[in-house]
Design a protein around this ligand. Structure first.
Ligand code: ATP
Ligand code: MG
Length: 569
């Protein structure tokens, strides 16, 4: 495989269409419905649609599919624009709305009526459902199917003029009520809805159905490749029927790919909406949410998300992808760039009995162990320190190379200390360690090359900065919460654990959103929420190692083998 071999079947098609001269330039669109925030699945669609044109010098539209007034909101429109831009893509002048084309879509509908290819049906919604048939039985023709062109045109215009109530009339394509493909059984094109629209206000009381609006918008914009998810495969014959009948100047080609589904995650806007509405999470941008806004606030870099979807690839096969893969992309993207700092999440006091009271030594610590160019910082060292509770064990097994009674450990960038005495409270909890330091072992001075097995992190008590640290984990305990009867029953009760941490002073100046590595603990950033920033809240972006890896791989294997891919909504 050479470097310019297209990396997936869609890029192959695009490559071939450019080679053969079928198209001089590729035009795609990302068409979200502004009824919720974008999630990790959308990242894939965005990277695909904008990616293929970035790679070939084409153009991509950001088109809001706003055909469902009432469910849509400007908050979502703004969030979507921000999210796409943050991912690193630019639509230039090509920001459009399905509603921009309402007049032209309507004209196309009249054209279908005039050519006897569409009719106004006066059956009720329930009757239409009954007449439609089932997967095994053909449907039957509506008694209104043979209305004359004149009557249909008149009724359609009166629908538009507001003479009918919601549901009283519906414009349908006249295709085939016996088609094995239910989408071709005279699908609805326009319905009456007396609802104001966020962009067109009260101008319309009829709205085009998604399939019709979407096909026509693609054609009007000269989209060459209309890339969508597999659930639209059965709609493709309808998409092509519109194009065949109306013969627009540009004929887009619809190509389907499989949805990106992430283990332990939901990617349905409806369910994500429920998480927000029911206050199960703090909002669309809760750092546990698989939304772009949530992942950004959590501290995931945009480059990590792009890298992740590239690795996940574009395929036709439905499958669940490991959360560990996304987290690995995050770790990789932070590993070389995030500065190292020390923080203690569950503090245990250490007193160095042979260290002078009141003395402060400035220790020099590297900002990155592998990159001297990232410089150093000073870390104060004093008689009273905090270490991690976990780094001390009273009854330690032989292989425990951290601190134990009588044992020695190195404090990162400082001295070797030895534990002399364990102080306990009345309940027998360890509350303090009395230790002694070896003055000949100061890091970087070379005065002694004495080595000990373990190195732990620490923070000087007098200069420590207090902070709330939010330790985020998977939101669900089930590998495929989509399949649970009720996703509320598989929530992870420990998806958010908070710790009152002690930080080294350099962390007080960290700008919100900037990722750092807390040594030995993971990657963290100051939360970007205003109130949180003033209170100094840190989010855990990701741990250093994948503690779920084994569990997740096993669960996924059986999940993907059973062919129980998540429902296609
Ligand atoms: P949801 O099911 O979450 O409501 P949707 O398909 O209704 O998603 P849209 O706003 O219509 O959301 O999606 C915009 C585009 O993103 C569509 O082209 C859709 O196919 C694509 N998309 C949505 N979810 C995924 C996913 N999980 N993986 C890949 N592409 C997706
Ligand atoms: Mg959709």
């Amino acid at each position: 495989m050479t470097d310019d071999t297209p990396r997936d079947f869609i890029r192959q098609i695009i490559h071939d269409d450019l080679e053969s001269g079928k198209h001089d330039q590729i035009v795609t669109r990302f068409p979200p419905e502004p009824n919720g925030y974008l999630h990790v699945g959308h990242v894939m669609s965005i990277c695909l649609n904008f990616g293929v044109t970035e790679e070939t010098g084409g153009q991509t539209y950001l088109r809001f599919d706003d055909t469902n007034p009432g469910k849509e909101d400007v908050e979502y429109v703004q969030a979507i624009e921000e999210d796409v831009r943050w991912l690193g893509f630019d639509w230039g002048q090509r920001l459009t709305h399905a509603s921009d084309y309402f007049e032209r879509i309507y004209a196309a509908a009249e054209q279908l009526v005039e050519r006897g290819l569409a009719y106004v049906d006066s059956l009720s919604a329930e009757e239409i459902r009954e007449y439609r048939g089932t997967l095994t039985e053909p449907g039957k023709n509506s008694p209104y199917r043979e209305r004359s062109v004149e009557e249909n045109l008149d009724l359609l215009r009166r629908m538009r003029a507001g003479e009918f109530a919601d549901g009283e009339q519906v414009l349908r394509a006249k295709i085939d009520m016996a088609s094995p493909n239910i989408n071709l059984r005279d699908p609805a094109l326009y319905r009456v809805r007396h609802v104001a629209h966020q962009a067109t206000g009260d101008q319309w009381c009829i709205y085009p159905m998604y399939d019709f609006a979407h096909t026509m918008s693609d054609a009007f914009e000269g989209i060459t490749h209309s890339l969508c998810t597999l659930e639209f495969e059965d709609h493709r014959p309808l998409y092509n029927w519109f194009l065949d009948q109306l013969q627009p100047q540009h004929r887009p080609r619809q190509i389907e790919f499989s949805r990106l589904n992430l283990a332990y995650t939901l990617t349905s806007k409806r369910k994500l909406n429920a998480l927000v509405a029911e206050n199960i999470v703090s909002g669309w941008n809760d750092p546990r949410m698989p939304t772009i806004a949530g992942m950004r606030r959590r501290g995931y870099p945009a480059s990590a998300l792009r890298d992740f979807v590239t690795r996940a690839g574009v395929t036709k096969k439905d499958k669940l992808i490991e959360m560990g893969m996304l987290e690995n992309s995050v770790r990789e993207s932070l590993g070389d760039t995030a500065m190292r700092r020390m923080a203690v999440l569950r503090p245990l006091k250490v007193i160095l009995s042979n260290y002078p009271e009141g003395q402060v030594e400035m220790m020099t610590a590297m900002n990155h162990p592998n990159d001297p160019d990232m410089g150093t910082r000073d870390v104060p060292f004093t008689r009273e320190l905090w270490i991690e509770q976990d780094d001390f064990m009273e009854e330690a097994p032989r292989k425990f190379f951290r601190l134990k009674p009588g044992g020695e450990v190195r404090l990162r960038s400082a001295y070797i200390i030895q534990c002399d005495e364990v102080i306990k409270d009345e309940q027998g909890n360890v509350v303090e360690l009395h230790c002694s330091y070896d003055p000949d072992t100061r890091s970087g001075t070379g005065s002694s090359d004495r080595k000990v097995k373990g190195t732990i992190h620490w923070v000087s008590a007098a200069q420590a900065v207090d902070a709330e640290v939010r330790l985020y984990d998977r939101l669900f305990t089930a590998v495929n919460p989509n399949k649970a009867d009720d996703f509320r029953t598989v929530l992870n009760p420990d998806s958010l654990v908070t710790a009152n941490a002690k930080l080294e002073p350099a962390l007080a100046e960290l700008a919100p959103g900037t990722p750092v590595q807390f040594e030995r603990l993971g990657y963290f950033c100051v939360d970007t929420q205003d109130d949180a920033a003033s209170a100094r809240v840190f989010n855990r972006i990701v741990t250093l190692r994948d503690s779920w890896a084994k569990l997740e791989r096993q669960a996924l294997e059986s999940e993907n083998q059973a062919g129980t891919s998540p429902s296609r909504k």
